[in-house]
Write a protein that binds this ligand. Structure first.
Ligand SMILES: [Zn+2]
Length: 265
């Protein structure tokens, strides 16, 4: 009897991680790193990731809504002023996915802020895995300070297939969802991906905006809802990265994002 092959080796199918460039979001430097001088706008990447897997392709985050900006945009004027999105039509998620030509079986949302959840309405019926506390916070919002209510209204109307979780979850032999808990938002999720050639990668999303939030100095971001949670998550990510010898990819680090390749296997 032949030795059993790992799932990703069967049928010659490969596991790959695709990096999707979904444009740029401008943010004040003091929001990225608390204590940095305010008044300096930083162009940060908006990213999503597709894990191509023979058991079903997984999308991590969905970028900004294609109709976010403009006079009749879904984002309120203060969002458009303080966090303007810029990009080309090909940077919008539906266009990026069309280029990849991959069906999405599962969507995992790091959290439901406007630059991560803008595309969920394009996945009716697809399981949308989200932290239960984050989903509750988004639907309970009574103003637009953290979540765009014009978008949550669309989600309500479309009766999407939310799959709230409150713990980590192994999706397949290569992908595990990590429960970051509260910090940057009410409930954050990350991803641990094990690739045959590239090794282990941890997608921190906005649990770590950028390298300055991370080791060795762990400088907190200026935008958070739970300071202790944010600090604890940053240290937990460092511990996991050490344990698995994993690379940590940040949520909005321009220099790191520019160094990434389009595809890893
Ligand atoms: Zn973000």
């Amino acid at each position: 009897m032949a030795p059993r092959q790992p799932t990703d080796q069967r049928n010659g199918a490969a596991v790959r991680l695709h990096v999707l460039d979904l444009g740029r979001l401008s943010m004040d430097a003091s929001l990225l790193v608390a204590g940095d001088p305010p008044g300096v706008a930083v162009q940060t990447p908006v990213a999503a990731y597709v894990i191509e897997h023979p058991g079903g392709n997984i999308l991590f985050d969905t970028g900004c809504h294609p109709r976010a900006m403009g006079e009749n945009g879904l984002w309120p004027p203060e969002y458009q002023r303080d966090f303007p999105w810029s990009g080309r039509p090909e940077n919008l998620l539906p266009a990026r996915l069309a280029v990849l030509g991959l069906d999405i079986a599962t969507v995992v949302l790091s959290h439901l802020h406007n630059d991560h959840s803008g595309g969920v309405e394009f996945f009716p019926g697809t399981p949308l895995i989200v932290h239960a506390d984050e989903l509750a916070a988004a639907f309970a919002a009574t103003d637009d300070s953290s979540y765009v209510r014009a978008e949550t209204a669309i989600w309500r109307a479309k009766n999407l297939n939310w799959q709230p979780i409150r713990s980590g979850l192994r999706l397949n032999d290569a992908v595990t969802i990590l429960d970051w808990g509260p910090g940057h938002a009410a409930g954050m999720l990350g991803l641990h991906i094990r690739l045959p050639n590239s090794g282990d990668i941890i997608l921190a999303s906005d649990a770590l905006y950028c390298a300055a939030n991370y080791a060795p100095n762990f400088r907190l971001p200026g935008l958070l809802v739970d300071e202790a949670g944010c600090a604890a998550t940053a240290r937990r990510i460092a511990a996991l990265a050490g344990r698995f010898q994993a690379e940590v990819w940040f949520g909005h680090d321009g220099a790191q994002f520019a160094s990434l390749e389009a595809c890893y296997d």
